[in-house]
Design a protein around this ligand. Sequence first.
Ligand code: HPA
Ligand code: ZN
Length: 330
Amino acid sequence: TSLAGFIRGLPKAELHLHIEGTLEPELIFALARRNGIALPYASVDTLRAAYRFKDLQSFLDLYYAGASVLVTEDDFEAMTQAYLERAQADGVMHAEIMFDPQTHTARGVAMETIFAGMARAMRRMRESAGLSSRLLLSFLRHLTEQEAMQTLEQALPLRERYDDLWVGIGLDSSERGNPPEKFVRVFERARGLGFRLVAHAGEEGPASYVRNALDMLHVERIDHGVASEQDPALMQRLVRAQIPLTVCPLSNLKLCVFPDLAQHNLARMLRLGAMVTVNSDDPAYFGGYVGDNYLACAHALGLTRAELAGLARNSIAASFLDDKDKQRWL
Ligand code: HPA
Ligand code: ZN
């Protein structure tokens, strides 16, 4: 079989995926037209041509602008449906999907609209295609902890209605200058409520942010975490404790975290025994879905088929599925 076919056939989970980052330019234009929203781009092609980023912030500016076309429940449903169908085509059996409610509530979109639209697509794909998925509500770290806390409180009344889907919280957006310790209280609150905890750390920020996300926020997984290698003692700890890292190779390439994929540390960390997983982050912006990420790494880093299978197995093991569901795919 071809390498792409081999990768597609590996049962895998996607654990680091921002649903707003799955909005393809075509869908952005269709939703803008439907909602009467003017875009500062003349066409799908000129929008796509603007996807040349120099760092995380230059991407985030476009990503938040793109998300502004999401208004109705139908919009959130269409976006989520398109992603889940695309993921399934890559052999994804389970997806843990982050969303940024603050991006939408700040524009007057109701929390319920966001949840209801995503839930319709997620439940439909569970029924019709057997694809399981969960939601991780992500706080924007460039905003205050108080705003994060208000967002959590705003979503809590919906917890029961979406308890088959909403299992955890995360932390994303501009990392440098917004360290984990800024969010100790809101993570403490979510932990007390029984939510699963993840946070972006060590993407552009230093290894100390990874350490603090573990020690001060008590997260169970680190999103990105590629800066951990700068601190050998931390790296040893990640290996020893098998703390999952949700690595996003094409994202790191597009945001200039690594100058080229051949220099990415994914293979080094994997070969050290770290619990590394491969994910797409914001596939519509970074030039590839999860299968593309596996394939690009296989080529650039010389990953063997056994290593690719190990990465897919890690993604199931590092998921928030219960053990019985994990066993189906392991
Ligand atoms: N890093 C931080 N915030 C984000 C990202 C990312 O890669 N994608 C969407 N929000
Ligand atoms: Zn991310």
